[in-house]
Ligand binder design. Structure first.
Ligand SMILES: [Cu+2]
Length: 159
């Protein structure tokens, strides 16, 4: 009598498991990024910040005053968590950072924090064209979700 030997069945699950684990990794990465985004402080609908002065296209001489406007939210110093609040950050000759999930960096003459809830500042810039833009950050300097960003204005410093 002959034993029928069976070849070990190929493991049909191997490939499927590998695919599943790849999917699981992708899902986990997505969940992590979603949780990260949800960590951002929400901004209420209609919240706005604006550069009240100088006006877009203005010619100014240094030093000049930049006045910040805010609507639909309130100002709070950095470190103080309060609903629908934040503090201004002035972007000088630079764009809104692409990474809005991290605290805004402090870069001298580029990204300036107003963590005492200031509503204006005095600027001295070299003669020529410059852009100014405001972005609100929460108590941890992280932009809100959705971000509260002003229009970018261009001014000319004549001297
Ligand atoms: Cu800040």
């Amino acid at each position: 009598m002959r034993m029928i030997t069976r070849r070990p069945a190929p493991r049909p699950y191997g490939a499927a498991l590998r695919a599943l684990s790849r999917i699981a990794v992708a899902v986990l990465a997505l969940a992590a990024s979603a949780a990260w985004a949800q960590d951002r402080t929400p901004s209420p609908p209609g919240a706005k910040v604006s550069i009240v002065s100088p006006k877009n296209g203005a010619k100014v001489t240094s030093p000049f005053t930049v006045k910040f406007g805010i609507k639909g939210m309130t100002l709070a110093p950095a470190g103080q968590q309060a609903e629908n609040s934040g503090h201004h950050h002035l972007l000088i000759d630079t764009d809104v950072p692409s990474d809005l999930n991290s605290p805004l960096p402090a870069i001298p003459d580029k990204i300036v924090h107003f963590g005492k809830a200031q509503t204006e500042t005095s600027l001295t810039l070299p003669p020529g064209k410059h852009t100014l833009q405001l972005i609100l950050g929460d108590y941890k300097h992280v932009p809100h979700n959705p971000p509260v960003v002003s229009k970018k204005i261009t001014i000319t410093v004549t001297q």
